[in-house]
Design a binder for this molecule. Structure first.
Ligand code: TYM
Length: 331
């Protein structure tokens, strides 16, 4: 049986890196009829300073966004991580199997802590909570972007260590990636880096909630190179190749078809085509997000129902874990 799990942080609107790199895959896995559980991981979002009012609003915005992207609460379980208390409980058990040395080598941790005088413990131990998220549902497959690869390895190691110590409990969760460049959508300002929610320059990313004017503006200002032809060569021409890829993802055409059609066009002119394609693709999603945001009751009910359904599976695993670890004394 295939059991899918994935999570997204409720840090504002998602960008097209999250969307093309992960959420689209969440939708197709759901539509193929798998058991799909998707979590809005609010506990991960408090590992760095945040505003309580914004967090509340962002949890509802993320719920609206996922539904607008095609996650159907009747087919998938959508829920708020903190509403299922077993996540933090399993996290504690797994933290005792984790080592400081292993966690301190993770590139994401190094990056996020680099500019901090004092590193919050939550930021350091973040991947263990992520492993708990995944293992709590005995998940077999996890659709994520490339930046989550090391976190997936932590989850796999912890599953193995737990199984070795206490007997077979967790399947080793496999990463699902499209296997192409979409797993790492690049920043529009610095194509050497991934598109990221936390980059200080908002022009580096396109949000699903951006207006057509904002999309045109950001694509026009996107960094390419000094060659004017439109080609797809991600290694040597990351900027223009990223645009070709986005164009391809928005239209369903292959990168080759797109380059053939853009023959003779310079990158300045081509950028307008890319912007048009993205605007057309994102318009219905943006409108649906706006519509759903006006139905706070529906969003809240969806989350409540999701938490109930997730708790059912979480409790089954947690019972098994406390029994195996020896925390359950009724034998
Ligand atoms: P988050 O919220 O940063 O991102 C959500 C998803 O979007 C993917 N992604 C990208 N894909 C392609 N190109 C990009 N530029 C890009 N940027 C982001 C991410 O890989 C991710 O799949 N730690 C996780 C949340 C999490 C989680 C989990 C994921 C918590 N528990 C359990 C899976 C399973 C995170 O911060 O994702």
């Amino acid at each position: 049986e295939t059991r899918i799990f994935s999570g997204v942080q409720p840090t504002g609107a998602i960008h097209i890196g999250n969307y093309f790199g992960a959420i689209e895959k969440w939708v197709s896995l759901q539509d193929e009829g798998n058991r799909t559980i998707y979590s809005i991981v609010d506990l991960h979002s408090i590992t760095l300073p945040q505003d309580p009012f914004e967090l509340r609003a962002n949890i509802l915005l993320m719920t609206a966004t996922l539904i607008a992207c095609g996650i159907d609460p009747k087919k998938s379980i959508i829920f708020q991580q903190s509403k299922v208390h077993q996540h933090t409980e399993l996290f504690w058990v797994l933290s005792s199997l984790s080592t400081m040395a292993r966690l301190s080598h993770l590139p994401q941790y190094k990056e996020k802590s680099a500019n901090l005088k004092d590193v919050p413990l939550g930021l350091f131990i973040y991947p263990v909570l992520q492993a708990a998220d995944i293992l709590l549902y005995r998940s077999t497959h996890v659709p994520v972007g490339e930046d989550q690869e090391q976190h997936m390895q932590i989850a796999q190691t912890l599953a193995r260590q737990f199984n070795n110590r206490f007997g077979l409990t967790f399947p080793s969760p496999q990463t699902i990636m499209a296997g192409d460049e979409r797993n790492r959508i690049r920043s529009l300002r610095e194509p050497g880096k991934k598109m990221s929610k936390s980059h200080q320059d908002a022009k580096s990313r396109i949000q699903l909630t951006d207006t057509p004017e904002q999309i045109v503006e950001k694509i026009k200002k996107s960094v390419t190179d000094h060659t004017s032809a439109v080609t797809y060569e991600p290694e040597t021409r990351p900027g223009v190749s990223n645009l070709v890829l986005l164009h391809s993802l928005a239209t369903g055409k292959t990168c080759e078809e797109i380059c053939a059609e853009a023959k003779g066009m310079d990158t300045g002119r081509y950028k307008l085509e890319v912007a048009d394609a993205l605007i057309a693709h994102l318009k219905p999603i943006r409108e649906e997000i706006e519509r759903l945001q006006n139905s706070a009751d529906f969003l809240q009910e969806t989350l409540e129902r999701g938490a109930e359904r997730a708790s059912f599976y979480a409790e089954l695993t947690w019972r098994d874990v406390i029994d195996k670890v020896g925390l359950d004394i009724k034998h």
